[in-house]
Design a protein. Structure first.
Length: 280
């Protein structure tokens, strides 16, 4: 064997060894992936949020959870031969809970570029429009520009997409940040804020529970974002691909709409009560 042949043999051996190491690493990593862990433990940990109908509802006397996202989670878990374990969170903390390995799945997550740097997403469950809940006596804004004034106080829950929309379209307004959405709504109810920016699906149920709170407005331009399932970012794509296929299938078959309508019915809202801009 001449020097060139020897060098080539060594190089090929090195490539083969590297490939073997990479394959071994992949095989070692796979059992630690989210999908493998769910199958192994038989548990799907899902982030849940108190008082966010039609997505989530917690019966305080029993501690039992229900709602559209709970029905979805149970369906997903059944297909993975697992059971659902709920972990209380907030809209602002769901992402941190995913990163911190506290949950395996977060529902109703809007896929922003910033979030895409730290977590991954399924394909959309549905598409949402953003609305404004105004306090009693506050003039209903027809456009986002009408509340983009320093004298207008806008309440939002910190870290949410509601805050992102408020800061993007109402940068001149006085933005009041609160720990969670309930506190932001309370600020409107008590007159500390003039309005609250919220996803339409949540705003409709909020006003159903609190009819004296104010009025629902859908300012123009109509702002929409898909809502997806959030998961941890990992090299094993099987869990993401499974959730995306699940989301596409149930949306196309109309099952997602049925789950959402069931969630609304639980708080006394029929399909005719929901504005046409609220898509699902």
């Amino acid at each position: 064997m001449n020097r060139r042949e020897a060098f080539t043999s060594v190089a090929l051996a090195g490539v083969a060894m590297a490939a073997g190491v990479n394959l071994a690493a992949a095989q070692t990593a796979a059992p630690g992936s989210t999908l493998e862990r769910i199958k192994r433990n038989g548990v799907l940990r899902v982030a849940v949020i108190v008082g966010q109908e039609p997505y989530f509802h917690k019966d305080l006397p029993t501690g039992k959870w229900s709602g559209a996202c709970i029905d979805m989670a149970n369906d997903i878990a059944a297909k993975l031969s697992a059971k659902v374990e709920t972990v209380e969170s907030t809209w602002g903390n769901q992402i941190l809970d995913l990163q911190g390995d506290k949950v395996d799945l977060a529902f109703a997550v809007n896929p922003t570029p910033e979030r895409a740097l730290v977590i991954d997403f399924s394909t959309p469950i549905l598409v949402h429009s953003f609305t404004v809940i105004t306090r009693k006596g506050f003039a209903k804004p027809q456009t986002w520009q009408e509340i983009n004034k320093p004298e207008v106080k806008v309440a939002v829950d910190i870290g949410s997409t509601h805050e992102m929309i408020a800061r993007r379209y109402c940068p001149k307004a006085t933005i009041l940040g609160f720990k969670n959405r309930d506190e932001a709504i309370l600020a409107v109810a008590t007159g500390r804020a003039d309005c609250n920016v919220s996803l339409a699906v949540l705003a409709v149920s909020t006003l159903k529970k609190n009819p004296n709170l104010g009025e629902l407005v859908i300012p123009r331009p109509l702002l929409t974002l898909p809502t997806n399932m959030g998961i941890r970012a990992e090299s094993d794509r099987r869990y993401k691909d499974f959730l995306s296929a699940w989301a596409d299938y149930n949306r196309a078959m109309g099952q997602t709409r049925e789950w959402m309508l069931k969630g609304f019915e639980a708080i006394g809202l029929a399909a005719d009560d929901i504005p046409p801009e609220v898509q699902f």
